[in-house]
Design a protein around this ligand. Structure first.
Ligand code: PLP
Length: 391
């Protein structure tokens, strides 16, 4: 079996060969600065415009509504800070308990600077408490930010419904669609989303490129002040090769979205079904009815996720766990804690995130290798042994 068996695609993805081929000439042959007056640089402006069109097309936006950034994190920071700056009288932010650190840690920092942040809870399936969200809107609310799909569980949030409700009340709505864009259909013409974050390296473009959709008419003030690039909305010479790569990746994602979602979803379902069958005391974290087709988060009770990952790694399998090593202790992720997943299960959670490059052979390999790993680790677990004792 060719290794690695990479099922950590929510962390990052392989750059598509077609994307790489499209980018490479812009590092070697066409290296001019798109802002230059001469044609060698100026010509590159056309390629950037083409990439902007492709990115806009993926979410049915207008190219003018797309701002290039350096990553999903910058898109998220730009959106929230731009709105707060342009609505300086308002200091209240509403977000969820399960956001990526790009929003979560930003909101924590902002709350230390005098902003008030409301965190909307989720239930045990990771479903958002919409009444709580709507009940906490006040005249002071500047922005609501709710991710489109959760990076750890794949759970999809009803952003279109939320956006509609907020638009009626004149509140700016941002969504972190870093895990959703290119994997499920998004049409900004059909909803009232004001701002939407994307990241290249989650959809087979390179790292270091992102985009922010800013709906026409949305109040905005730039995060990076400098040159006149991006119509004065973000200073800094464009990351030309990566922008072209993101454009190509969006074009490919759009072309194959339905087929790939079907294929990957089928593999994910085989993986889940077979693992649950083979391994007792294992549970799926997150709402199975409404998830990204690429993602499953499974808890194997009474074992440590890190130990599972290390043993999977010995077989060339790359996944990730739902706990993070902070100051030497393994803390279950804030997402699983927000869902109230018991510690005994949260500690042993593994996220498998698939892409178009995974094959059924690889999935069957994981299904074969994982059950004996869990069995071996449970033999060493006093908590598991205790569970097995007759009462
Ligand atoms: N938002 C979500 C939901 C993510 O999953 C990630 C990355 O994992 C980010 C934001 C940050 O994106 P980037 O790594 O491009 O900064």
């Amino acid at each position: 079996m060719k290794q690695p068996i990479y099922v950590d695609n929510n962390a990052t993805t392989k750059v598509d060969d077609k994307v790489l081929a499209e980018m490479l000439p812009y590092f070697s042959d066409y290296y001019g600065n798109p802002s230059s007056m001469h044609s060698f640089g100026g010509k590159i402006g056309y390629k950037i415009a083409e990439a902007r069109e492709k990115i806009a097309a993926l979410i049915n936006a207008s190219p003018k509504e797309i701002l290039f950034t350096s990553c999903g994190t910058e898109s998220d920071n730009t959106a929230i800070k731009a709105v707060l700056r342009s609505r300086s009288g308002k200091r209240h932010i509403i977000t969820t308990r399960v956001e990526h650190p790009a929003i979560k840690n930003l909101c924590e920092e902002l709350s230390g600077r005098g902003h008030r942040v409301t965190y909307v809870p989720v239930d045990s399936k990771g479903i958002l408490d919409l009444d709580y969200l709507y009940d906490h809107i006040t005249d002071d609310t500047a922005i609501v930010s709710v991710m489109w799909a959760n990076n750890e569980t794949g759970v999809i949030f009803p952003v279109e419904e939320i956006a509609g409700k907020l638009s009626e009340r004149g509140i700016t709505f941002h969504t972190d669609a870093v895990q959703a864009a290119g994997k499920i259909p998004i049409d900004v013409q059909k909803n009232q989303v004001d701002m939407l974050s994307m990241s290249g390296h989650k959809i087979h473009a390179p790292k270091g490129i992102g985009a922010l959709y800013i709906k026409k008419g949305t109040r905005f003030s730039p995060f990076l002040i400098g040159g006149h690039q991006e119509n004065g909305r973000r200073g800094g010479t464009e990351n030309v090769g990566a922008i072209i790569g993101l454009g190509k990746a969006c074009e490919l994602a759009m072309e194959h979205l339905e087929d790939e979602a079907k294929k990957v979803g089928h593999l994910r379902d085989i993986l889940e079904t077979e693992l649950l069958k083979a391994i007792p005391s294992s549970i799926i974290n997150g709402n199975r009815e409404n998830r990204l087709p690429t993602t499953t988060n499974i808890s194997f009770k009474f074992v440590e996720g890190e130990a599972i990952l290390l043993m999977l790694n010995e077989h060339g399998i790359c996944a990730s766990s739902g706990s993070a090593c902070t100051t030497g202790s393994l803390e279950p992720s804030h997402v699983l804690r927000a869902m109230g997943v018991p510690y005994t299960a949260a500690h042993g959670s593994i996220r498998f995130s698939l892409s178009k490059y995974n094959t059924e052979e690889e999935i069957r390999y994981i299904i074969k290798k994982l059950p004996p790993i869990i069995e071996r680790l449970r033999e060493l677990s006093p908590f598991w042994q205790e569970q097995q004792m007759p009462t």
